[in-house]
Design a protein around this ligand. Structure first.
Ligand code: SF4
Length: 67
């Protein structure tokens, strides 16, 4: 079973490509640069959040997994 996600954040360096928003629009929004939406359902969207992190061309989406 996949671990739960504790939190997700976007560190500086986003190039506004839009991939994360397309991959997981319930969690990510690109307003100039990408942001995490307020109070996203990280568990429901866990696989898509991991996919967005993997797909980000500049690797600025950091996913913290629960222990
Ligand atoms: S995938 Fe990465 S570079 Fe592209 S908009 Fe999202 S955070 Fe920014």
């Amino acid at each position: 079973m996949n671990k739960k996600i504790k939190c997700v954040k976007i560190v500086p360096g986003c190039i506004s490509c839009g991939t994360c928003e397309v991959t997981c629009p319930e969690v990510f929004e690109v307003k100039g640069v990408a942001e995490v939406k307020p109070n996203p359902d990280l568990q429901k969207n866990a696989d898509l959040v991991r996919e967005a992190s993997y797909m980000c061309p500049v690797s600025v989406i950091q996913v913290e997994e629960e222990e």
